[in-house]
Design a protein around this ligand. Structure first.
Ligand SMILES: [Zn+2]
Length: 74
């Protein structure tokens, strides 16, 4: 192995490592955050319970008392 290719190899190695780390952390972020983004937070107006449900649902029944509730807007 010549000196030039040796230097090139050791300069590319950290770049490849950063790319691989970025790729895996981005994949992990998507894997963990996607279910959270699909869920919306609801607070029951009757009993005050806070729970989550699908974001597509406009009115979600409370799991405790069954009263329909609108999603909380932050
Ligand atoms: Zn309730």
């Amino acid at each position: 192995m010549s000196t030039e290719s040796f230097i090139t190899f050791y300069m590319l190695l950290p770049l490849v490592a950063i790319f691989v780390y970025y790729f895996y952390s981005e994949r992990r972020r998507i894997y963990f955050l996607q279910p959270l983004e699909k869920e919306k937070v609801f607070r029951c107006t009757q009993c005050g319970m806070v729970y989550t449900d699908d974001s597509e649902v406009e009115l979600s029944p409370c799991p405790k008392c069954g009263s329909p509730n609108e999603k909380i807007k932050f």
